[in-house]
Ligand binder design. Structure first.
Ligand code: HEC
Ligand code: HEC
Length: 607
C-alpha cells in the first residue's frame, strides 16, 4: 500500500497537495462562522452531480421538455428524489450565499488585500441567481413558463439595446422553443462552466490571503484538519438533511401542467428569492418618481447601483465610518428585501384572483397526471393535448369565456370568479339532475336567480304553471312529483345518476305516465314522442349530451325555445365556437369527465 502511494506521490506530488489542502493555517482556530464557503462548494458539487443525472433524462425542446420532466418526476426510479435534491439544493444555495455575504461583510473580510476576491464572490452570487432563473424555465410548465416570460420582458426595458437584448436572450422575436434551448445551454453549460472558473479563482485567492479572523484570537491558531473539517462536514450534512427533508416532504419538486402559450397564466410568480424584486417593481413610488421609466429604474438601475455599492465596499471601508456604513447598507438591503418578500406573499394571500388561478393550476397539475395514467402514458401529440381535450379542464374555461356573461355555475363563472352582477340566465351546475329539476318545479325557487329570475321567462308560461297549476297537483300525490322528476331527469342519462337509475327503473317508468297524465306537462312540452302542437321545449332527451349540444348550437331551433328564445346566441351555428368546444362544455356541465374517455378522444383526434 505504502509503496503504491509513494509511487503515485513521486509521479504526481499528491501528498503535498493533500497536505496543503488539509493543513491550511487558521489563525484563532476553527470556528462555525467559517463554514459557509464549504457548504456552498458542497451544494455546488451536489448540483453538478444531480444536474448531470437529470440531463440524462431531460429533453430540451418545447415539445418534449415537460414530458421528460414528468418522466423523471413520476416514472424514473428515484427520479423524484433526484429532481427534489437538485431543486432544493438550489434554494439552499441562495440562503447560504446571503449568510456567506453577511459573514464576509460583518467580519470585514472584504478589506484590502481581498478586494478582488470580494468581487469574485459577487460574480458567484450573480451566477447562482442566473442558474436559478434559467433552471426555472426548463420543466416548461405553466409556472416556469409564465414567470420567465415576465423576467425576459424586463430586459426589453433597457434603453436603446433593450429589444435587441431581449431578442438575443429569448432567441428571436417569439418567446418559445428557442428560449428554452438557449436557457438550457446557459443552465447546463455556460453558467456552470463560468462558475467552476470563478470558484477556482475564489478559492485560490482565499488560500493566498488566508482567513480573516477577528483579533484578539480567543483560541490558539490551528490547522484546517481536523477541527474545521469536522465543523464543515457537520454543516454540509445539516444542509443535506434539510434538503432531503424538503425533498421527501414535497415528493420531489412541484411540476405544474405543461405550459400553454395561448393562455395567460395568472398565478405566475418568480422563485421566492426573486419575489422582492418582483414586488419592488410594483411599488407606486417608482412610477411616481420616474414615470414610465419606473420599471426600468426598478429592474435595472437600482439593482446595478446596489451591486456597485457592494463591490465598492472594500474602498468605502477606508473611510473612517466606512465599515459601519457598509454594515448599515447591507442591513438596509436585507431588511428591505425581506420586507418586500413578506409584502408580496401577504398581498398574494389576500388576492382572490391569484388564489383562484393557483388552485386552478394545482388542479390541472393533478389532473394531468391522472389523464396520463388513464392514457397509459403521454400521447404522441404531447401531454398538453390531453388537457386540451379534457372537459374538466377546458370546459370551465370555455364556459367562463362564452357562457358566464349570462349563466353561472355554482354561483361563479366556472373558474371560481364570482361576479357582483346578478346572472340573467339559469345556474347550470347540475343541469339535468334531479336536484336541478326539483328546483325548477318549486314555486318558491323558479324565479330565483339560479333559475328564471334574471331572464324574460321569469313571468313566462312555465313560471305561471309552476306557481299556479302545479302545487295542487303535487299536494294530491307528493310521490308522483318525485317519480316525475326521476323520469324527466333520466332523459339526461347523467353519469352521476347512472347507478340510481338502473336501480329505479320502476319509479322512472311510473314517472313517465305522470308527465303525461297527472301533471299534464305534455300540454306544452313534447315528451318521448313527436308533438306538433308543443309550444315549449322538447323534453325528450332533456339534458342529454345531444340535447345540450343542440341548445348550444342553436337555441332558437323549434325543439328548444323557437321564436321565444331570450338572448342566448346560436353558438355553433354562428361559428362562435366549434362543435368540439361545445362538446367539452356539454361534458363538463354533465360532469362526464372520466379520464379514460379523454384518452380515447385524444387517440381519435391524433394525426
Ligand atoms: C346572452 C346570454 C346567454 C349566453 C351568453 C348563454 N346563454 Fe344559455 N341561456 C340563456 C337564456 C336566456 C336561456 C333560457 C333560460 C332562461 O331564460 O332562463 C338559456 C338557456 C340555456 C340552457 C337551458 C337551461 C334551462 O333553463 O333549461 C342551457 C343548457 C344553456 N343555456 C347553455 C348555455 C351555454 C353552454 C352557453 C355558453 C356556450 C350559454 N348557454 C350561453 C342565455 C345565455
Ligand atoms: C303551460 C305550458 C307548460 C307546462 C304545462 C309545462 N311547461 Fe315546462 N316550460 C314551458 C315553457 C314555455 C318553458 C320555457 C320557458 C318559458 O318560456 O317560460 C318551459 C321550460 C321548461 C323546462 C326548461 C327547458 C330547458 O330549456 O331546459 C323544463 C325542464 C320544463 N319546462 C319541464 C316541465 C315539466 C316537467 C312540466 C310538467 C311538470 C312542465 N314543464 C310543464 C311551458 C310549460
Amino acid at each position: 500500500m505504502k509503496r503504491a502511494i509513494d509511487w503515485l506521490d513521486d509521479r504526481t506530488g499528491c501528498r503535498r497537495l493533500l497536505q496543503d489542502a488539509l493543513f491550511e493555517h487558521i489563525p484563532g482556530g476553527a470556528r462555525w462562522r467559517y463554514i459557509w464557503g464549504s457548504t456552498l462548494s458542497f451544494c455546488f458539487v451536489v448540483q453538478i452531480l444531480t444536474g448531470l443525472a437529470l440531463w440524462m433524462a431531460y429533453s430540451a425542446s418545447a415539445a418534449t421538455a415537460w414530458e421528460s420532466v414528468y418522466f423523471i418526476q413520476y416514472e424514473l426510479t428515484g427520479g423524484w428524489l433526484l429532481r427534489g435534491l437538485h431543486h432544493f439544493t438550489a434554494q439552499a444555495m441562495h440562503v447560504l450565499l446571503v449568510l456567506h455575504l453577511m459573514q464576509v461583510i460583518v467580519d470585514g473580510a472584504y478589506r484590502a488585500p481581498r478586494e478582488v476576491n470580494h468581487w469574485f464572490g459577487i460574480v458567484l452570487l450573480l451566477l447562482t441567481l442566473g442558474l436559478g432563473l434559467t433552471g426555472y424555465l426548463l420543466p416548461w410548465d405553466q409556472k416556469g413558463y409564465g414567470a420567465t416570460k415576465v423576467a425576459t420582458n424586463l430586459l426589453g426595458l433597457v434603453p436603446l439595446i433593450g429589444s435587441s437584448l431581449q431578442k438575443l436572450v429569448i432567441g428571436g422575436s417569439d418567446y418559445g422553443h428557442h428560449t428554452l434551448t438557449r436557457f438550457f445551454a446557459l443552465h447546463a453549460g455556460i453558467l456552470p462552466g463560468a462558475m467552476i472558473v470563478a470558484i477556482a479563482a475564489h478559492v485560490a485567492l482565499f488560500r493566498r490571503h488566508g482567513i480573516t479572523a477577528k483579533q484578539p484570537y480567543r483560541k490558539p491558531d490551528a490547522k484546517f484538519w481536523p477541527d474545521q473539517v469536522l465543523m464543515d462536514a457537520v454543516a454540509c450534512l445539516a444542509v443535506l438533511a434539510a434538503v432531503l427533508y424538503l425533498t421527501v416532504r414535497h415528493h420531489g419538486a412541484e411540476l405544474f401542467a405543461p405550459a400553454n402559450p395561448s393562455e395567460p397564466f395568472n398565478a405566475a410568480r418568480p422563485e421566492w428569492y426573486f419575489l422582492f424584486l418582483f414586488e419592488f417593481l410594483k411599488l407606486d413610488l417608482l412610477n411616481q418618481w420616474f414615470g414610465h421609466q419606473g420599471e426600468f429604474v426598478g429592474a435595472i438601475v437600482v439593482p446595478t447601483v446596489v451591486l456597485l455599492v457592494v463591490a465598492a465596499m472594500p474602498f468605502l471601508a477606508n473611510w473612517r465610518y466606512g465599515h459601519r456604513f457598509n454594515l448599515g447598507f447591507l442591513a438596509m438591503i436585507l431588511l428591505g428585501a425581506g420586507a418586500l418578500t413578506v409584502r408580496s406573499l401577504r398581498k398574494d394571500s389576500h388576492n382572490a384572483e391569484y388564489q383562484i388561478a393557483l388552485i386552478q393550476a394545482q388542479a390541472e397539475a393533478e389532473r394531468i397526471t391522472t389523464l396520463i395514467k388513464a392514457n397509459n402514458g403521454v400521447p404522441v401529440s404531447g401531454a398538453a393535448s390531453l388537457l386540451r381535450n379534457d372537459p374538466a379542464t377546458a370546459g370551465p374555461k370555455l364556459f367562463a369565456q362564452h357562457c358566464a356573461s349570462c349563466h353561472r355555475h355554482d354561483g361563479h363563472d366556472g373558474l371560481g370568479i364570482v361576479s357582483p352582477e346578478a346572472p340573467s340566465a339559469p345556474d347550470l351546475k347540475g343541469f339535468g339532475s334531479r336536484a336541478w329539476l326539483a328546483g325548477l318545479l318549486d314555486a318558491t325557487r323558479i324565479t330565483n336567480h339560479t333559475y328564471y329570475g334574471g331572464s324574460k321567462f321569469h313571468d313566462g308560461k312555465m313560471v305561471r304553471y309552476v306557481r299556479e297549476k302545479l302545487p295542487p297537483l303535487r299536494d294530491r300525490d307528493p310521490k308522483a312529483l318525485a317519480a316525475l322528476i326521476a323520469a324527466v331527469s333520466a332523459e339526461a342519462a347523467l353519469p352521476a345518476q347512472r347507478d340510481t337509475e338502473t336501480r329505479e327503473t320502476a319509479l322512472i317508468e311510473a314517472g313517465r305516465t305522470h308527465v303525461r297524465e297527472t301533471f299534464a306537462c305534455t300540454d306544452c312540452h313534447a315528451f318521448r314522442k313527436p308533438d306538433d302542437d308543443a309550444t315549449a321545449a322538447d323534453l325528450t332527451g332533456w339534458g342529454s349530451r345531444e340535447w345540450v349540444l343542440g341548445i348550444i348550437a342553436d337555441p332558437s331551433h323549434p325543439r328548444f325555445y323557437g321564436k321565444r328564445n331570450d338572448r342566448m346566441p346560436a353558438f355553433v351555428k354562428d361559428g362562435r365556437i366549434s362543435s368540439t368546444e361545445a362538446g367539452l362544455i356539454a361534458d363538463w356541465l354533465r360532469d362526464d369527465t372520466d379520464p379514460a374517455l379523454v384518452a380515447n378522444r385524444v387517440a381519435r383526434t391524433a394525426p
